[in-house]
Design a protein around this ligand. Structure first.
Ligand SMILES: [Mn+2]
Length: 397
């Protein structure tokens, strides 16, 4: 609670006495009929309150005499609580969440004109998101925990995997590990794609049988206490990389390790991307998949049919977390306590012209979660098997 209080104070200092912050909770969303999706609070709302109930509105009004932190939330209701469980109510909003004042949600509209009187309109989204981009010690600790749970899930997937299982069976092993360790939901729909599906970047259908000789790409991360992890590992369904799979895997791994080396304060995600592009392009030349010289192939972006995304993204309360990627038209310099992913990949689908058939349907992505420290970086997911020998040995065990 003290951390939420600190964040509110910081944002109120920034908006000043003329400003006001009004933020709504996430809506409840129906999946079908009268069945709701599991409720997930809006990340900004959670960041400033820790309050998880729907039908809530946060108001921060600096220097307001009756109180600066106002919460509009659901009233307690015996009948509804029999079905859906306890509600904090207005007393709970004050006692447990430290609101200065709390009112029933239904009173918001009537009170709004008085709250706005003398205040100026401004958009503080950017300010709030810049705050979220830099993680506190407590946030890093929770993110490490999320990664650790995801670590066991990926190990479990590697240990369970064998030919003729369905992709959803691997997904089930992953979900089992998330849930038994208290991470009720994945941070995003798990991607389990074998064979040709490994080349579909956001494949979430997960319904194919996995064949002997296929690679399977698993991009799955749990959400723990609202914080996302985002990890990808790729491994052979039968536990042994083929020659072609090995060559592509080693190339992606080399580019990922080199990209991680660039992650430190004052560097940028663009530096990571440049290193990846260079290593992948050179590697594809060496494997005779691309023909030509390095500089002109990079200029022509000849790597794009094989590597069509960026080196990674910010990570936090949202899996693709908030925060600007460019400042003054330039790639933003990294700062200590940012967390980002590093996730190069090579995807050789069956329909790229001029590529020998033996390379077809090899899709490899390797993704880790990286915390920028004062002096460099720490890979939060460093323990998850990643080298070919580590993967083959855990799959054999
Ligand atoms: Mn990612």
């Amino acid at each position: 609670m003290s951390e939420y209080g600190y964040r509110r104070k910081k944002i109120m200092q920034a908006i000043g006495e003329k400003g006001i912050l009004i933020l709504s909770s996430a809506p409840e969303v129906y999946r079908n009929g009268d069945a709701l999706y599991p409720y997930r609070q809006n990340s900004d709302f959670y960041y400033l309150t820790g309050f998880e109930e729907p039908e809530s509105i946060l108001v921060l009004a600096p220097s307001r005499k009756e109180g600066e932190f106002i919460l509009f939330n659901r009233v307690q209701d015996k009948d509804k609580e029999i079905w859906d469980g306890p509600r904090a109510g207005q007393a709970g909003a004050i006692k447990s969440f430290h609101a200065d004042q709390a009112f029933p949600f239904s009173e918001f509209s009537a009170m709004l004109p008085a709250l706005l009187a003398g205040r100026e309109a401004m958009d503080i989204t950017l300010l709030l998101h810049e705050m979220r981009l830099l993680k506190s010690e407590a946030e890093i600790a929770v993110m490490q925990k999320a990664v650790d749970i995801t670590d066991s899930a990926h190990r479990r997937a590697m240990q369970t995997c064998k030919p003729n299982l369905y992709e959803y069976e691997l997904e089930a092993e992953i979900m089992y590990e998330f849930q038994r360790q208290g991470a009720r939901y994945p941070a995003y729909a798990s991607i389990v794609g074998a064979g040709r599906n490994s080349c579909i970047l956001h494949y979430v259908n997960n319904q194919q049988k996995m064949a002997d000789g296929d690679l399977v790409l698993v991009d799955a991360g749990c959400e723990y206490q609202y914080y996302a992890s985002d990890i990808t590992r790729t491994f052979p369904v039968n536990g042994k990389f083929s020659g072609e799979q090995r060559a592509i895997y080693e190339l992606v791994l080399a580019s990922q390790l080199a990209a991680i080396q660039t992650i430190k304060p004052q560097s940028s995600w663009q530096a990571a991307q440049d290193v990846i592009v260079k290593i992948i392009t050179q590697g594809l030349i060496d494997l005779r998949i691309l023909k030509g010289d390095l500089t002109s192939l990079i200029e022509k972006q000849a790597y794009l049919p094989f590597y069509m995304h960026k080196s990674g993204h910010w990570l936090g309360l949202d899996v693709h977390d908030v925060g600007l990627y460019h400042v003054n038209g330039k790639p933003r310099p990294l700062e200590a306590n940012m967390v980002l992913t590093v996730e190069p990949g090579i995807y050789i689908s069956g329909d790229i012209e001029g590529v020998d058939k033996r390379w077809h349907h090899i899709g490899v992505r390797i993704e880790d979660d990286v915390w920028v420290t004062d002096t460099g970086c720490k890979v939060l997911s460093a323990n998850i098997p990643k080298t070919i020998s580590d993967i083959e040995s855990i799959m054999a065990s």
